[in-house]
Design a protein around this ligand. Structure first.
Ligand code: KG4
Ligand code: ZN
Length: 415
């Protein structure tokens, strides 16, 4: 993904800040390195994501403590790959290593530093065991700022990333900027676009569903959000109920596309069900998806022959029910606030049908609204979005001692 960014004219890019970003809010371990010019042009040096899907598949969902263990195993190897790809990984040479070994005071200083790191990582001992050999072997990279997702997300997972960031920050003496995960799902859209404000952002992920009014970067108001399950969580739970596999979102999306291709949507079998569209007509901007899961459960009990055709039909109906509600509430917000742009973000925004139907709706009803949606691999969790958001908030940089994970962090608390 080198040399990839907005307004990037090769040769005229002058680096303002180089950011190392860490994202571990759920089940993906992400590290990215981003160069940003002072006027907000970006050059992506690396963006590595290590997915834990294969591990969580066996259990049909993410168990936070299991995800924490995987982050501990993955962070150092992912950091090495990210630094290598960015050409920022360099070994201490043997003369430098000898110099430390030969000097008692240098050894003592190093041991003291490692003791502090042990304290920082006292709840992540597996990570501690991996970071020490790494710090002994490789030099401090040429990086100005560390950005880390500090919330919202799964608490034990957030803490691994935050404590990893603290350990690196302390050892390398690089400040940290804490990043809100929801905001980063939105701001990833600025990688290649100049967004006109005011804008409405719809964040739809496994953990969140929020409609946000944006007056500019850093100026937000949450208009509405889910009262129970998130959109992605609903897709994952429905897929589990229908025994389709994990993670549900991409599987439902694939089956629904097959249903469309096979014309099943137009020639429904007697077994086909119509699911509710919860809260679709309410005047607020809130959502509720847990009823959909219950409706799927009852509908599924009534069907005897659960063949491939049935599964495709159900997948397409579940997906359409979610899409209908998301589009209705979002287009209402676009009209009510007369905004210039619509921004999508989060794992569910990778859904092709959702993208297509939003696009069609906007073309028909508000053709002047600009529509932004991330590239597929930037819809789901990654650290590049953390780096980009860290850039906009670089003034919030802090000493490592003042950073903590906040699993319920709210976007509106960002000024
Ligand atoms: O943003 P994300 O990677 O992690 C969270 O912050 O939660 O979102 C993950 C969610 C999961 O619920 C997954 O099923 C859903 O995004 N997802 C999709 C698709 N790809 C991922 N949902 C619908 N269609 C997709 N293609
Ligand atoms: Zn996410």
């Amino acid at each position: 993904m080198n040399q990839y960014g907005k307004n990037l004219i090769l040769g005229s890019f002058s680096v303002g800040v180089k950011i190392l970003a860490i994202e571990t809010s759920c089940d993906d371990t992400g590290i990215a390195i981003l160069e940003a010019s002072n006027n907000g042009d970006f050059n992506v040096l690396s963006n590595i994501v290590s997915s834990q899907i294969e591990i969580h598949k066996k259990y049909g969902g993410v168990y936070p403590m299991m995800a924490k263990r995987e982050h501990q195993n993955n962070l150092v190897p992912v950091l090495i790959s990210a630094l290598k790809q960015a050409k920022l990984l360099s070994l201490f040479n043997s003369a430098e290593l000898q110099r430390v070994k030969a000097s008692g005071s240098k050894i003592e200083k190093q041991n003291q530093n490692f003791k502090t790191i042990e304290k920082i990582l006292e709840r992540e001992m597996e990570l501690y065991k991996k970071i020490i050999p790494f710090l002994k072997k490789y030099k401090k990279p040429n990086v100005d700022l560390i950005a880390v997702t500090n919330g919202p997300g799964l608490e034990p997972c957030l803490w691994v990333g935050v404590n990893f960031a603290k350990a690196l920050s302390y050892f390398w003496n690089i400040p940290i900027v804490p990043v809100n995960h929801i905001e980063s799902h939105i701001l990833v859209n600025t990688l290649e676009n100049n967004i006109k404000f005011p804008a409405i952002a719809l964040v739809v992920s496994g953990g969140h569903t929020q409609l946000v009014l944006m007056k500019g970067i850093g100026k937000y108001k949450i208009l509405g959000e889910t009262r129970d399950d998130a959109a992605g969580e609903c897709l994952d739970k429905c897929a589990k109920l229908l025994r389709l596999g994990y993670p549900g979102g991409p599987i439902i999306s694939k089956l629904a596309a097959e249903a469309t291709d096979a014309g099943l949507l137009f020639y429904r079998s007697p077994a086909s069900v119509k699911l509710p569209r919860p809260m679709i007509g309410t005047k607020d901007y809130d959502f509720s998806f847990s009823g959909l899961k219950t409706a799927v459960l009852y509908a599924d009990r009534k069907v005897k022959l659960k063949n491939a055709k049935y599964k495709k039909e159900m997948a397409s109906e579940v997906q359409q029910a979610v899409i209908d509600v998301l589009i209705k509430k979002t287009t209402k917000a676009i009209r009510d606030f007369d905004v210039k742009s619509l921004i999508l973000g989060g794992g569910v925004s990778a859904n092709q049908e959702l993208r297509k139907q939003f696009q069609n709706k906007l073309e028909k009803e508000s053709p002047d609204t600009n529509f932004f949606v991330p590239k597929l691999d930037l819809s789901t969790d990654n650290a590049l979005m953390t780096a980009i958001t860290g850039f906009y908030h670089k003034k919030n940089k802090k000493d490592w001692k003042n950073i903590k994970a906040e699993s319920n962090l709210r976007i509106s608390s960002i000024k």
